[in-house]
Unconditional design. Sequence first.
Length: 306
Amino acid sequence: MSEAARSLLQRWGASFRKGTDFDSWGQLVEAIDEYQILARHLQKEAQSQQNNSEFTEDQKKTIAKIATCLELRSAALQSTQSQDEFKLEDLKKLEPILKNILTYNKEFPFDVQPVPLRKILAPGEEEHLEFEEDDEEGGAGAGSPDSFPARVPGTLLPRLPSEPGMTLLTINIEKIGLKDAGQCIDPYITVSVKDLNGIDLTPVQDTPVALRKEDMYVHFNVDIEIQKHIEKLTKGAAIFFEFKHYKPKKRFTSTKCFAFMEMDEIKPGAIVIELYKKPTDFKRKKLQLLTKKPLYLHLHQTLHKE
């Protein structure tokens, strides 16, 4: 083992133990901070070029999965939901793997996606990047930083417990129409619920990568459980759908377009909604249609009320 690798592993191990100690002691804010800092360091290593890394590609995949688990634990500590949490006992199982990453050759103990070897841009971050010169990208708008923990692509949340007189909403994302649907790499959709100021009202969720691409459609067929009872959403709230895909030349995942659904559009059954140019305008001030062609986001809504 090189001196550089040994130093990295020692620092990561110390940070891991510090986070789990805070977690065990009930110092949740400190634990979350430590987990997120370490996850970022691991992500950076997982994204590094081979000649700039002390680790093999397989080892970097394992490092990326550990980063995913740290983010899942961080999200669990900030969530009000008790279902499907990533527990401290689960996380502690990863410490010996991280410590012995150079010799670890077993199957990873949790079925998680590795942090993609690419950059996932936060809402609003794309405004500072050079947009591609094509007729479906560009436009004006302003995103806002998430007020909820960092997301791991492909993680969906379960339905909330029912409450008497309250309504829950399940949205099935069926498909999205795009003129270049077949060219989109690893497409997925980020779903968020925002108030009029673009502030998150619920945790943000990402769908898994699309099932298939066919003609001018990208098919998902995935259910999203909105994480707040409809009656508890503030006036003027909207549900946003950001279509994202990987750009190999620029090596990051970017938003291609977005759509949104306002509260008066919440009703059982099928609905199609228009697509707008990026960057995502959560305040809905400067909207520009993506295309004049009849291409939309196709959804199906189911309301659950006790």
